[in-house]
Design a protein around this ligand. Structure first.
Ligand SMILES: Nc1ncnc2c1ncn2[C@@H]1O[C@H](COP(=O)(O)OP(=O)(O)OP(=O)(O)O)[C@@H](O)[C@H]1O
Length: 353
C-alpha cells in the first residue's frame, strides 16, 4: 500500500490577542500530528468539538499554512509548492464543507457552480463541459435538468449533493469531508452517507472523514484517528478502535454512542484550554484512570496496529465491565457538552439516578 497523504509533526497555533491587540499566547489547535492515509482508504478523524479536527483538515490540504511539520501528497512536499503549483495540485485534493447553505454561492446557478472547477482545472475539452455537469448531477442523484436552478431552490440534502458534485468535478484523488452530513436532517443523513460510500468505492477515492458522529464513522471508515486537544491519542483500524479501544478517551467517546455495547466512566469536567494544554498526557486531567506518570509522560508508540495509545491500555478493565459514573439528566448534559451538539440518547442502565 502507498500513502497518498502523509502528515508528520504538523502544527498550527493561532495567536490570541487581547482587546488592545497585545499577544496573549496561542491556541494550539493542532499540536504535532502525524498521520498517513493509504491510497483508496477512508480515514476518520474523531473527537469532541474544538479538538482541532477542522484545522487539521485544512492544514492537510494546505488551505491554511502549518507552523511546523511535513505535509506530503503522493510523495510530493506540499509545503514546498509555489502558490501557482499548489493551485494546480488542488485538482487532486478537494474539501466538502459541513454547511451546504454556506458553501454554495447564492448568485451562481448549479451549472455555474460546477463549471467553475471544471474550467479552472481545464478538466474537460471545450464544448463538453455542460454535458459533464449533467453527468455529475446524475451521479450524485439529481436530475440533469436541475442545472439551471439556483441554490435556494434546493433542500439541504440536495445542496450537499451539489457540493459533492462540485468537489468531484476536477477528478480529485483525495477528498476531505468536514462533517459532511452533520448539518443535514437526520432523515437524509444516511442517504448522503451512502452516496459518499458509493462514490468512494466507484472512484477509488482516498477519503478523510472528519466527524463527531461515530455511527457514520463506523459505517464507512477503514481507519480511525482519535483527536484530543490538538493531538492524536489513538489511531488504528476501525474494527480495532471500535472493538478494543485502548485509550480511556476513546472509550469515553464510544460510551456516548448508543448501541456500541461499550460502557465507560464518562470524562469529568470541561476540556482544558488549548492555550495552555496540560503537560504529559493531555487527557490526564479528566482521565478516571490517570496515574502520576501521566502528568509527565506522553503516551508513546504502542505495539501492533495501534499508534499513540495509552500506557494503561493493557491494565484497563475490558470496556463493557466499566461502570458509568454519571446518571440520568446529568449524563445527558455532559454528553451535550462533550459533543457541542444534541447528545445521543443514553442507553438505559437499569440503575436509578
Ligand atoms: N482562525 C482561528 N483563529 C483562532 N483560533 C481558531 C481558529 N480556528 C480554530 N481556532 C481554535 O482552534 C481550536 C480547534 O478548532 P477546530 O475548529 O479545528 O476544532 P474542531 O474539532 O473542528 O471543532 P468543531 O467540531 O467545533 O468544528 C478551537 O479552540 C478553535 O477555537
Amino acid at each position: 500500500m502507498t500513502a497518498l497523504l502523509e502528515l508528520e509533526g504538523l502544527a498550527k497555533h493561532f495567536p490570541v490577542r487581547d482587546a488592545l491587540g497585545r499577544a496573549r499566547g496561542a491556541v494550539r489547535a493542532v499540536d504535532g500530528v502525524s498521520l498517513s492515509v493509504e491510497a483508496g482508504t477512508v480515514l476518520a478523524i474523531v473527537g469532541e468539538s474544538g479538538c482541532g479536527k477542522s484545522t487539521l483538515g485544512r492544514l492537510a490540504l494546505r488551505l491554511i499554512e502549518p507552523d511546523a511539520g511535513r505535509l506530503r501528497f503522493a510523495g510530493e512536499d506540499l509545503r514546498a509548492l509555489s502558490p501557482r503549483a499548489l493551485r494546480a495540485r488542488r485538482r487532486d485534493m478537494q474539501l466538502i464543507f459541513q454547511d451546504p447553505f454556506a458553501s454554495l454561492d447564492p448568485r451562481m446557478t448549479v451549472e455555474d457552480a460546477i463549471l467553475e472547477p471544471l474550467r479552472l482545472h481545464d478538466v474537460v475539452q471545450r464544448g463538453g463541459e455542460r454535458a459533464r455537469v449533467r453527468q455529475l448531477l446524475e451521479r450524485v442523484g439529481l436530475r440533469p435538468d436541475m442545472a439551471r436552478r439556483w441554490p435556494h431552490e434546493f433542500s439541504g440534502g440536495q445542496r450537499q449533493r451539489i457540493a459533492i458534485a462540485r468537489a468531484l468535478a476536477s477528478g480529485p484523488k483525495l477528498v476531505i469531508g468536514d462533517e459532511p452530513v452533520s448539518a443535514l436532517d437526520v432523515s437524509v443523513q444516511a442517504q448522503v452517507v451512502n452516496l459518499l460510500q458509493d462514490l468512494i468505492r466507484e472512484l477509488g477515492l482516498t477519503f478523510v472523514l472528519i466527524s463527531h458522529d461515530l455511527g457514520v464513522v463506523r459505517h464507512i471508515a477503514d481507519r480511525v484517528a482519535v483527536m484530543y486537544l490538538g493531538q492524536i491519542v489513538e489511531e488504528g483500524p476501525a474494527a480495532a478502535v471500535f472493538g478494543a479501544p485502548r485509550h480511556p478517551y476513546t472509550r469515553a467517546l464510544l460510551a456516548a454512542v448508543p448501541g456500541t455495547g461499550a460502557k465507560a466512566a464518562l470524562v469529568e469536567g470541561d476540556p482544558p484550554s488549548p492555550i495552555a494544554p496540560p503537560a504529559g498526557c493531555r487527557f490526564h486531567t479528566r482521565c478516571p484512570f490517570a496515574e502520576a506518570v501521566c502528568r509527565t509522560e506522553v503516551p508513546g508508540l504502542a505495539g501492533g496496529e495501534h499508534r499513540a495509545a495509552c500506557h494503561l491500555q493493557d491494565r484497563l478493565p475490558p470496556a463493557p465491565a466499566l461502570r458509568e459514573r454519571v446518571a440520568g439528566g446529568e449524563r445527558l448534559r455532559r454528553l451535550q457538552a462533550f459533543f457541542g451538539a444534541p447528545a445521543p440518547q443514553p442507553e438505559p442502565t437499569g440503575e436509578t439516578a
